[in-house]
Design a protein. Structure first.
Length: 557
C-alpha cells in the first residue's frame, strides 16, 4: 500500500510553490515535463513514497506554482529557483528525478548545486539540435487557445493533445513523424488538457528554455560527476537522444526499457541503487505569508483561503455549486478589511477532495466545515452562504450551533420535495470522460445554460431567468475548469442538498437568519417569497460589489 501524499504550499521570496509530499526516508524531489504539472509524476511519487520522502513540485508557471518573471527563461534560472524551494522546504541533500523538461532542470540543478544532490535519475533529457529546435520554438507548436465566446477552444485544445500521442512534433502530421506509442486514453488526454489550461497564461518561457537546452545539456552531462542514471522508454520521442550523451562519469549509467508501465519500477530501482540523500522533513499544512492552505481530513484535503484583520469577528463564506470558493473572492477581499475571513472550497468542489467514493449526505459536508472551524478558527463565526452552500450553512448551524453566531443566506433552494427529488442526477449530471473531449464543451454549455434557464435542462420559456447574463468567455472558462478539477465528484454536494429537506433546520435557526436578496441570483424571486411568507428578516443587496459586501457585513453583526 502506497503512502498518502499531501498537497502543500511554500514560499520563496514573493512566489508561491505548490507540491505533493509524503512518505518517509531519504528525500527525493520530482520535476515534471511541459506543459504539465506535478500530476504527471504522481504515479511515480506514490510508488517512491513507500521508501522515500517525496516532494513533487509544480515548476514555476505550471500547476499551482507562481511563474518566474520575464518572457525569456533559461534552464539555469529554473534550476536556481528549485534550489531556493529546496532550501525553503528545509532540505539539505536530495535525490533528483526529472522527466523531459524536468530532466533538463534536474541535470542543470545537479551541475549548479552539486553539494545539494546525492544522486539523479533523469528520464528523457532533451538534447535537441538547432535544426530540431527551430519548429518547436514556434507559436504553432506552443499555441494559446484562449477562451472563446462560443466554446470552440475546447475542441482545439483536445485535438492538440490528442495529436501529441500520435506525432512528434504534434503539429507535423506526416508519416515520418508518427510515434511508435499507444494512442492516448480519454483520461490521459483530459489530464493534459487540464494541465495546459492551468499553465496556458505563462507556460511558454519555461518550455522554450528546455527545448533550447541542447548544447548546454551535453555540457552539463559532461561536467556532472554525481552518481546517476539516464533512462528512457523505447517509444519516448526523446529515447534516441540517449545516444547524444557524452561519455559518462564513474557511477553513472544508461537504462533503457520497453514499456511505460515499467517506469515507476525502473525509477525506484535506479534510486535504490544510488547513494541515499539526507532524510526528508515534513512540511506544515499552513505556510506563513500565504493565505491559501489545506486542511488534512481523514478522507482527503480541504482547500481554504484565510486572511483579514480588524475589529469584526471571524466570518465564514460558503460558495454555491457547481463551482468553488473563487466565485466569492470579490466579497472575500472586501470583508477581509473588516476582520478575519475564511473561504473554503467545499468537499468535492474546486481544489478540495471529495469526502468519499460514495455520495455523502449533507451532514457530512457540515461536519467537514465544522472540522475546519474547530481546527483553524476556534471561535464562533458569522456565516454568509450562497445557493447550495446555504444548505450546508443551515445544516452546520443545526448540527454544530456553538460554531455559528449569525447566518446570512442568498438563494436557498426551497422547492417542493418531489420536485427536488426529480432533479437529482439531472441538475448536476455525473460526468464521464469522452474520447473526443466533448465532455468539456458539454460542461461549459451546461454552466452557460444555467445562466439562462432555471433549471438549465428545461428549455421552456417559463424557465427563462430574464436577468442580466454575464457571458464573459474567461469567466465561463474558469467556472468550467473549477468543475473539471473535480469532474468525478462535483455533483455530490448538489445531489446531497436535493435529497435534504431544509424545513427543520430553518425552524431551529429562523431567529438567527438574515435573507440577503441578490436580484441577480437565480433564486432571487424565491428568496423574496420566503421573506414575504415568513418571519425572517431580509436585506436587498446592492449591485455595486463593495456596497453589497458592506450590507452583508452589517447583516451578520
Amino acid at each position: 500500500m502506497s503512502a498518502r501524499l499531501y498537497r502543500r504550499f511554500l514560499v520563496t521570496g514573493s512566489r508561491r510553490w505548490h507540491l505533493w509530499t509524503g512518505g518517509e526516508g531519504p528525500a527525493v524531489i520530482l520535476i515534471h515535463g511541459s506543459p504539465g504539472s506535478s500530476q504527471l509524476v504522481l504515479p511515480i511519487a506514490r510508488r517512491l513514497a513507500a521508501s522515500f520522502t517525496v516532494y513533487a513540485f509544480d515548476t514555476p508557471g505550471f500547476g499551482d506554482s507562481d511563474p518566474l518573471p520575464g518572457d525569456s527563461l533559461s534552464v539555469a534560472m529554473m534550476a536556481d529557483a528549485y534550489a531556493e524551494a529546496i532550501e525553503a522546504a528545509g532540505l539539505t541533500r536530495v535525490a533528483v528525478y526529472g522527466t523531459h523538461t524536468g530532466a533538463a532542470i534536474g541535470l542543470e540543478f545537479t551541475r549548479r548545486h552539486p553539494t545539494r544532490v546525492s544522486a539523479f535519475v533523469l528520464e528523457g533529457v532533451p538534447i535537441f539540435t538547432s535544426a530540431e529546435q527551430a519548429p518547436l520554438l514556434t507559436p504553432e507548436y506552443m499555441p494559446h487557445f484562449d477562451p472563446e465566446v462560443l466554446g470552440g477552444h475546447y475542441s482545439r485544445t483536445w485535438t492538440r493533445f490528442h495529436d501529441q500521442f500520435l506525432w512528434f512534433p504534434w503539429n507535423q502530421r506526416v508519416p515520418a513523424q508518427l510515434l511508435d506509442a499507444p494512442a492516448g486514453s480519454a483520461e490521459e488526454i483530459h489530464g493534459w488538457v487540464e494541465m495546459y489550461f492551468q499553465a496556458m497564461p505563462h507556460y511558454r518561457p519555461a518550455y522554450r528554455g528546455a527545448i533550447a537546452y541542447g548544447d548546454e545539456a551535453i555540457a552539463a552531462a559532461r561536467a556532472v560527476r554525481t552518481p546517476g542514471v539516464y533512462l528512457a522508454e523505447h517509444a519516448d520521442m526523446l529515447y534516441p537522444q540517449l545516444e547524444r550523451l557524452p561519455p559518462l562519469a564513474d557511477g553513472q549509467r544508461i537504462v533503457r526499457f520497453r514499456s511505460w508501465s515499467e517506469a515507476p519500477v525502473q525509477i525506484a530501482a535506479a534510486l535504490d541503487s544510488l547513494p541515499p540523500a539526507d532524510a526528508g522533513v515534513p512540511l506544515p499544512a499552513m505556510t506563513l505569508g500565504l493565505e491559501e492552505a489545506f486542511l488534512d481530513l481523514e478522507q482527503g484535503q480541504m482547500f481554504y483561503r484565510s486572511t483579514g484583520s480588524g475589529s469584526a469577528g471571524p466570518t465564514l463564506l460558503l460558495h454555491d455549486a457547481p463551482g468553488s470558493g473563487s466565485s466569492l473572492l470579490p466579497l472575500y477581499r472586501v470583508l477581509s478589511g473588516l476582520g478575519p475571513v475564511w473561504l473554503p472550497d467545499l468537499p468535492g468542489c474546486g481544489q478540495s477532495d471529495p469526502l468519499s467514493d460514495k455520495v455523502p449526505a449533507l451532514a457530512d459536508y457540515a461536519d467537514a466545515v465544522a472540522e475546519l472551524l474547530t481546527t483553524c478558527v476556534g471561535l464562533p463565526v458569522a456565516v454568509y452562504a450562497v445557493g447550495f452552500g446555504a444548505a450546508v450553512a443551515l445544516e452546520l448551524r443545526a448540527r454544530h450551533p456553538a460554531l455559528v453566531r449569525s447566518l446570512g443566506v442568498t438563494g436557498l433552494l426551497r422547492s417542493d420535495g418531489e420536485l427536488r427529488q426529480s432533479w437529482i442526477g439531472r441538475l448536476a449530471p455525473p460526468l464521464t470522460l469522452e474520447s473526443d473531449g466533448s465532455h468539456w464543451y458539454r460542461t461549459w454549455l451546461m454552466l452557460r445554460d444555467s445562466l439562462v434557464h432555471r433549471p438549465w435542462f428545461d428549455r421552456d420559456p417559463a424557465t427563462l431567468r430574464r436577468q442580466p447574463i454575464p457571458l464573459d468567455p474567461q469567466m465561463l472558462h474558469d467556472w468550467t475548469r473549477d468543475v473539471m478539477r473535480q469532474w468525478h465528484s462535483y455533483h455530490h454536494l448538489i445531489d446531497a442538498v436535493l435529497a435534504w429537506s431544509p424545513e427543520s433546520a430553518l425552524a431551529s435557526a429562523r431567529d438567527q437568519i438574515k435573507v440577503c436578496i441578490d436580484p441577480n441570483h437565480a433564486l432571487a424571486t424565491s428568496d423574496s417569497t420566503w421573506v414575504e411568507r415568513g418571519t425572517v428578516s431580509s436585506v436587498l443587496l446592492a449591485e455595486d460589489p463593495k456596497a453589497k459586501a458592506m450590507q452583508i457585513a452589517e447583516a451578520l453583526k
